[in-house]
Design a protein around this ligand. Sequence first.
Ligand SMILES: Cc1cc2nc3c(=O)[nH]c(=O)nc-3n(C[C@H](O)[C@H](O)[C@H](O)COP(=O)(O)OP(=O)(O)OC[C@H]3O[C@@H](n4cnc5c(N)ncnc54)[C@H](O)[C@@H]3O)c2cc1C
Ligand code: FES
Length: 270
Amino acid sequence: MQRNPDIPYVVKIEKIIDETPTVRTLLFSDETLSKVLPGQFAMVWIPGINELPMSVMISAEKGKAAFTVRKHGYASTELYSMKVGDQIGVRGPYGNSFTLKQGRLLLVGGGTGLVPLVRLLTFLKRNDDVALIIGAKTKDEVFFEGLANKLLEQNKHRVVVVTDDGTYGQKGLVTDVMEKFLHETTFDAVYTCGPEKMMHKVVQLAEAKKVYAEASIERMMKCGIGMCGSCCFGEVLACKDGTVFNSQFLLTNKEFGYTHRNKAGMLEDY
Ligand SMILES: Cc1cc2nc3c(=O)[nH]c(=O)nc-3n(C[C@H](O)[C@H](O)[C@H](O)COP(=O)(O)OP(=O)(O)OC[C@H]3O[C@@H](n4cnc5c(N)ncnc54)[C@H](O)[C@@H]3O)c2cc1C
Ligand code: FES
């Protein structure tokens, strides 16, 4: 059933997947969210708690969608702690999406920033040559490596995990591995989502090699539909004009990588 995206729609959690000790994927039936474009998000109402923006995760089953949530503050911990059969409200999809380029593609993600990148993998063409760099603090926090390899099994691909402490995969930062890849291969596009400092460096590295790049950015979101202004990102609104922006725009936006607004609308440094 296609529904009005702006009217909250109640769904029941049908399945829960533990991805790491702090990250879970919650699956539910919703035809509309099952079809969103890579980079789009939904507003998720946790009854009696709050409403949070969440990227829409893929599901192997037709007509089903999912959120992959990291327990962080009060609201995300409540969402993470929900059980099968519990109900949440969803609005959306909202926002724009990654531009689909073809050829040699480099995806760089960290944490739950991997969610829109995994959705992007499902939109790629068979002959795309894909490199995905997954960043995590430590071995226990690595997720989606197996899923990404499975989604890319028909493509020429490499999935590389990088951990800060070297307990799994390569030790260091995703941007160290990215620099190596950019030296070895001429990419047609770079896509990134994750911590903003990381994305800033990714976009700078791509720009230095004149490779087209896009990043999906996060800002404080309340309405999700361009009315409240809480998600302003320089002169634009992340919820309506983004969340995906290209490097040409990002590198002229003075907030990118440096400041964001808190719940009171005040600018804070990253
Ligand atoms: C477009 C978008 C997609 C997102 N996708 C995911 C996802 O797939 N998985 C996931 O775990 N998280 C995702 N987030 C982050 C998520 O919305 C929350 O920010 C995060 O879960 C912390 O919320 P909290 O209330 O538990 O934390 P709190 O302790 O209340 O806040 C901690 C910090 O979280 C951020 N935050 C809190 N409320 C909001 C809000 N309404 N909008 C934006 N940021 C907020 C702020 O930076 C805040 O300082 C996404 C955010 C955006 C903007
Ligand atoms: S969240 Fe209200 S304008 Fe973007």
